[in-house]
Design a protein around this ligand. Structure first.
Ligand code: ACO
Length: 423
C-alpha cells in the first residue's frame, strides 16, 4: 500500500503529517496541522516547494516537458482547437459542444465594445505610457462601469465581458500610444481577426486580415491560456482570496505579468536579439555575459521554475516561427541569432547543469514581430492569452471547499524589542 503520511520527531514528540496525492501521482505533504501541533512553520522563499492549492485545471510535468489543459495535451489543442474553445474548456472544465461554442462566440462578439466614456480614460493617459499599465488600469476601471458580479449568472456575464473587451482595451491602449483614432470592433470578424482590425485599421484605410496571421495569433493565445500557479496566476488567486472582485483580480494579474522575469520576458528577448545584432551578432559573446555572475545580463527566454527540459510551448512556437517567417516574412537575422544562441546554450555546461531550456518567450517575440505586432504590445498579447486561465483559477479558488484568505507567515529577523531613544 502506498505510504499515506510522513513521520518525524520534533522536540522529542512524534509528528505525523498526511500525504496528498494528485491524479498524476505527484505527492504533497499536507502541513495544515503543523503549526497547531508543533509551533513550526515552513520556510520556502519563492514558493518553489509549496503547493498553494489543489487544482483540476492544468497539469505540468516539468521534467518531461508535459503541459495539459483539463487533461488535453497542449500539442493537440494547438493543432485542433481555437482560443475561444480553449477558454471555455479552461473555465467550464469540458470542451464546449458546438451549440455552446457558437453561443459563447456570439456573446463574446457582441460584448466587445467599451462604454463611450472610456475614451476619457484613455485620453487621461500619457501618450508615452507602456500599454501594459494602461491595460491593467483599464481592466480595473471596468469595475466602475459594472456592478460586482456575485451570482453565477452575473459571473458568467462578467467572464464574457472580460474576454470580449480585453482585445478592445489592448488595441485602444496601442492606438492611444501612437496618437491614432481608436477603431470600433467589427462583429463580422473572429476573435483574433477583430483584434488585428482594431490594431491596424484606420478611419482612412481598411485592414485586410491575413488568415495565416489570424490563425497564428489564435495559436499564440492558446499556448498562453493557462500555466497553473505561476506568478501572475498566484497573484490573481492571492488578490481574489480577499474576496476582491474579478476585474480587480485580473488587473492585478496583468500587473504581475508585466515583470521581465515573467511575461515581460517576451519583449526582453527581442530587445536582447536586437542588441546582439547591433553589436557584432555574436551569440557566444552574449552567452559569456549571461553566465557571468558579475554581469546582470541573462539569456532572456531561457530557464523556467518548473520546466527542467524543453518547454513544450517553445517546441510548438519554434516550428511555427519557421512557418510564419517563411510565409509572411520577418527578421531572419534575429531568428538566426536566436537559433545560434539556443544551439550554443544547449551544449554549454552552464546551461546543461542548471537545466536551462528555451521557454515560451524565446520564440514568441519573433512571431509577434513577424505578425507586425509592436514590441510594446508583446506582453499585452500574453495577457490576452492568459485571461481565461486567470478566470478559471479565480473561479476554482472561489468554489474551493478549502477556501481561506491567503496569508503566508514569515520568520522575523529584525531587531528585538528596543525602547525609543529619549528625545
Ligand atoms: N540566463 C542565465 N542564467 C540563468 C538563467 C538565464 N536565463 N535562468 C536561470 N539562470 C541561472 C541562475 O543564475 C541560477 O544560477 P546559480 O544556481 O548559479 O545561482 C540558476 O540558473 C537557477 O536560476 P534561478 O533564477 O534560481 O531559477 P528560478 O526558478 O528562480 O527562475 C526564471 C526562473 C525567472 C524563469 C529564470 O530562469 C530567468 O530569469 N529566466 C530569464 C527570464 C525569462 O525568460 N522569464 C520567462 C519565464 S517563462 C514565463 O514566465 C512566461
Amino acid at each position: 500500500m502506498a505510504q499515506d503520511a510522513i513521520e518525524f520527531q520534533y522536540d522529542g514528540q512524534p509528528v505525523r503529517l498526511p500525504l496528498v496525492r494528485g491524479t498524476e501521482d505527484e505527492t504533497a505533504v499536507d502541513i495544515r496541522r503543523l503549526r497547531a501541533e508543533t509551533g513550526l512553520i515552513t520556510l520556502d522563499p519563492g514558493y518553489a516547494n509549496t503547493g498553494a492549492c489543489q487544482s483540476a485545471i492544468t497539469f505540468i510535468n516539468g521534467e518531461q516537458g508535459i503541459l495539459r489543459y483539463r487533461g488535453y495535451p497542449i500539442e493537440q489543442l494547438a493543432q485542433g482547437s481555437t482560443f475561444l474553445a480553449v477558454a471555455w474548456l479552461l473555465i467550464y472544465g469540458e470542451l464546449p459542444s458546438s451549440e455552446e461554442l457558437e453561443r459563447f462566440e456570439r456573446e463574446v462578439t457582441r460584448h466587445t465594445m467599451l462604454h463611450e466614456d472610456f475614451h476619457h480614460f484613455f485620453d487621461a493617459m500619457p501618450k508615452s505610457a507602456h500599454p501594459m499599465p494602461v491595460c491593467a488600469a483599464a481592466v480595473s476601471a471596468l469595475t466602475t462601469f459594472y456592478d460586482e458580479p456575485t451570482t453565477d449568472d452575473e459571473i458568467a456575464k462578467s467572464i464574457v465581458r472580460l474576454i470580449a473587451k480585453m482585445p478592445t482595451i489592448a488595441a485602444y491602449s496601442f492606438k492611444h500610444s501612437i496618437g491614432q483614432p481608436t477603431m470600433y470592433p467589427r462583429n463580422d470578424l473572429g476573435y483574433a481577426s477583430n483584434f488585428l482590425h482594431m490594431m491596424f485599421a484606420t478611419p482612412c484605410e481598411r485592414y485586410e486580415v491575413d488568415e495565416t496571421v489570424a490563425r497564428t495569433l489564435d495559436l499564440l493565445l492558446i499556448l498562453h491560456a493557462d500555466h497553473e500557479q505561476n506568478c501572475s496566476t498566484s497573484t490573481v488567486r492571492m488578490v481574489g482570496s480577499s474576496l476582491a472582485n474579478l476585474y480587480a483580480c485580473i488587473s492585478a494579474g496583468i500587473s504581475a505579468l508585466w515583470g521581465s522575469l515573467h511575461g515581460g520576458a517576451n519583449q526582453k528577448v527581442i530587445e536582447m536579439l536586437e542588441r546582439i545584432a547591433a553589436e557584432d551578432g555574436s551569440a557566444d559573446a552574449f552567452l559569456r555575459r549571461a553566465k557571468d555572475k558579475d554581469d546582470t545580463a541573462r539569456l532572456m527566454g531561457f530557464g523556467h521554475r518548473v520546466y527542467k527540459s524543453y518547454d513544450p510551448r517553445a517546441t510548438i512556437l519554434k516550428s511555427a516561427c519557421h512557418d510564419v517567417l517563411d510565409r509572411i516574412g520577418g527578421s531572419s537575422q534575429l531568428l538566426d541569432i536566436a537559433r545560434r544562441l539556443e544551439e550554443v546554450a544547449l551544449s554549454d555546461d552552464y546551461f546543461i547543469e542548471r537545466k536551462l531550456y528555451p521557454n515560451v518567450d524565446f520564440y514568441s517575440g519573433l512571431i509577434y514581430q513577424a505578425l507586425g505586432i509592436p514590441v510594446d504590445m508583446f506582453t499585452v498579447l500574453f495577457a490576452m492569452g492568459r485571461l481565461p486561465g486567470w478566470i478559471a483559477q479565480w473561479l476554482e479558488m472561489r468554489r474551493d471547499p478549502d477556501f481561506r484568505i491567503n496569508r503566508p507567515r514569515q520568520v522575523y529577523q529584525g531587531p528585538r524589542e528596543r525602547p525609543l531613544p529619549a528625545s
